[in-house]
Ligand binder design. Structure first.
Ligand SMILES: Nc1ncnc2c1ncn2[C@@H]1O[C@H](COP(=O)(O)OP(=O)(O)OP(=O)(O)O)[C@@H](O)[C@H]1O
Length: 343
């Protein structure tokens, strides 16, 4: 089953990790969460099992998200998580280690790029290449980015939103902001505390976002029950939350994303801007599934805005597809080979 020259694409995200194997497609999709016993430093659970533990662990166990804002914030834990997932998908290999492409948000520092390469090779990867997230997202969304035409991609993940104009396979103008799906959750937690004196956890906020969250006024108002701890009495309390309240709670972060799209359009050369207004803006990443976000961007820019098919999988698919043209891309990509040469 596992050939010698295995080639793997990894979307190492703040919220989730996806693994694509050439010839097989996406073989793994798990939350990027790790649970560790603090006393023994032993890995207790990784992925979905660890996510279920978030906010529910006793004193000796910590459930951690080792990536923050799209980049590695806990190197050691990221490496252990990657090792676990690489072994799970590629098998344990001493020789013929898999060639891996990992994506990073656009605009990350050299140190952050090197951390991504090092963590992957230490975790069992062979030669490791980096690809910018908006490029991978565009390829995964099925856009033909090799032509001299302007394409705009808005990739909203858990930690970062990347807005980029791509032409001839490269990024012409871009902006990456640390405001995405997780920021929406935090805004909901803040709103519930201020408006209802109710303390809710990350997972409850995410569930509110997915079920009644919205970025644009809805014609049909929805409600959802939400449970948390009353800040005055200290006791559990359940309240009903409406889509209108969520619209208000999410106003600041969704506007920050619309502002970023506007700012990139302002810096886009006119020929490419004309192409984008013909073709429309394409949204990818889990954050793009927030109800009404495409409508808000459309209203703000006057350009039709679409959500790609399977938006959460676009980056992983694009990372995987770029494996096909690795022989062409190899020279322009930062990799463990040219990074060691420059060291
Ligand atoms: N139906 C939905 N409605 C709203 N938000 C959603 C929905 N499904 C997923 N999300 C959000 O999408 C985000 C995760 O998206 P994704 O998996 O693309 O991020 P990531 O690639 O891990 O992050 P990053 O690119 O920032 O490193 C989470 O904040 C999640 O809550």
């Amino acid at each position: 089953m596992f050939g010698f020259g295995m080639e793997v694409g990894i979307d190492l995200g703040t919220a989730s990790i996806l693994v694509y194997i050439k010839g097989r497609g996406i073989v793994l999709k798990e939350p990027s969460v790790v649970a560790i016993d603090k006393n023994t430093n032993k890995l207790l659970a990784v992925g979905e099992e660890a996510r279920m533990m978030l906010g529910r662990t006793p004193g000796n166990i910590v459930a951690i998200r080792p990536l923050k804002d799209g980049v590695i914030s806990d190197y050691d834990v990221t490496e252990r998580m990657l090792r676990y997932f690489i072994h799970k998908t590629c098998g344990k290999r001493k020789f013929f280690k898999p060639k891996i492409i990992v994506c990073v948000p656009s605009g990350v520092t050299e140190v952050e790029k090197r951390a991504a390469i090092d963590a992957t090779t230490e975790a069992g990867g062979g030669t490791t290449y980096l690809i910018e997230e908006p490029i991978a997202a565009a390829i995964g969304a099925g856009l033909d980015i090799a032509k001299p035409d302007g394409n705009m991609i808005v990739d909203i993940g858990g930690g970062t939103a990347d807005v980029a104009v791509i032409s001839l396979g490269g990024v012409v103008a871009s902006r990456s902001i640390k405001c995405a799906g997780d920021t929406f959750d935090q805004a909901i937690v803040r709103y519930m505390r201020k408006r209802h004196n109710l303390l809710i956890g990350e997972r409850t906020a995410e569930s509110l976002k997915m079920n009644v969250g919205t970025a644009y006024p809805r014609t049909k108002i929805l409600t959802m029950e939400c449970r948390g701890r009353d800040l005055v009495s200290g006791l559990p309390r359940t309240i009903k939350v409406t889509t209108d309240e969520m619209l208000y709670a999410l106003e600041e972060p969704v506007m920050a994303i619309a502002d970023a799209v506007h700012a990139v359009l302002e810096r886009t050369p006119p020929e490419l801007a004309a192409d984008i207004s013909d073709r429309g803006i394409v949204m990818t990443g889990g954050g793009s599934l927030l109800d009404g976000l495409n409508k808000l961007i459309e209203e703000r820019t006057g350009i039709p805005t679409y959500i790609a098919e399977d938006p959460i999988e676009c980056v992983a698919k694009g990372t995987g597809k770029s494996l096909e043209s690795l022989h062409i891309l190899e020279k322009s990509m930062m990799s463990s080979k040219n990074y060691r040469r420059n060291r």
